[in-house]
Write a protein that binds this ligand. Sequence first.
Ligand SMILES: Nc1nc2c(c(=O)[nH]1)N[C@H]1C(S)=C(S)[C@@H](COP(=O)(O)O)O[C@H]1N2
Ligand SMILES: [Mo]
Length: 334
Amino acid sequence: MTKHRRTGMKPLLDPTGFFGRIPLLPHEMTERMTRTQDVIVLCHLGVPKIDQGQWRLAIDGLVERPMSLAFGDLARLPLARLESVHQCAGSPLRPAVPTRRVCNVVWGGVRLADVLLMAGVKPEAAYVLSTGCDHGEFDGIPCDDYVKDMPLTRSNEDVLLATHLNGAPLLPEHGFPVRRVVPGYYGTNSVKWLTKLTLSASRAIGPFTTRWYNDPIGDTGTTRPVWAIAPEAVIVEPAPDQVLPRGIATRVRGWSWADGGVDQICISDDGGATWQLAQLDPVTGRGWQAFSLSWTPPRKGPASLLVRAKSRDGAEQPMEGHRNAVHRVEIVVT
Ligand SMILES: Nc1nc2c(c(=O)[nH]1)N[C@H]1C(S)=C(S)[C@@H](COP(=O)(O)O)O[C@H]1N2
Ligand SMILES: [Mo]
């Protein structure tokens, strides 16, 4: 551990510019654990190339002991593993469009709380700002880096400085060598290529926390940061356009998730006029929860199935107009 701080370090990017990988479609999300090759990839500015030996994590702001940690300093801390749903909030330019970019993975790393303990957080601190060293331009706006924030109270829960994804070191596109992972928050908060933690009394001021990633609260003219994952569910079976025989029981199944867990899943076969309660598995860690329902198609012709999740804190999925609008699958009954 050194007191030395490297500044002005701008790594090369490869590729440069927006980079993403198409996720599995809901009917392809057949496995509880998503294979790394199927994990979503979202990079606003490109993928920095970082040498693990050169990498440093600065901890500054409202701390007793500002410091700079090398990878080996982190590796000496206890390793934590956590299963967690990992979901992109969608494009910040189209925040109300459901994208269902989601997967369920195991993160490995050290607890942010352990690192903050080493630095000694001052009582005035209320937020943890995290800086990623990617840089460039997004939507025509120049960005020196990628900075996100979160309340300090949440940081002391199960937030990780992750070094591993599904048991292997992070791939470059997932944030190698170290990223923040905020289980239960949308992926945008899980800062990749982490190089700095800043303890602050106020929120971050960069474009990724002020210009983008704020949702309007009704018609109040105020906004809320895109932090906690709202309740959501996807139908895995039946698949779109699947043909099912009338009068024979079939299984509707899928995954549901929400920050803090899902409490109830309902399925409708009449456009939302009536709902049937599905069976719902309990939550493990921060992972997604399986649901299933035995359903007998009542009549011939085109049919649609809708699924709606209710979180433990009582929030229900909206029918439309939000990123977490209910998922609908069109099928055919013969
Ligand atoms: N530094 C940095 N961190 C980032 C991003 C980014 O562009 N730069 N994209 C965010 C977004 S929008 C998402 S959805 C997740 C995606 O993580 P993944 O690509 O490892 O799945 O990373 C987040 N962390
Ligand atoms: Mo995202």
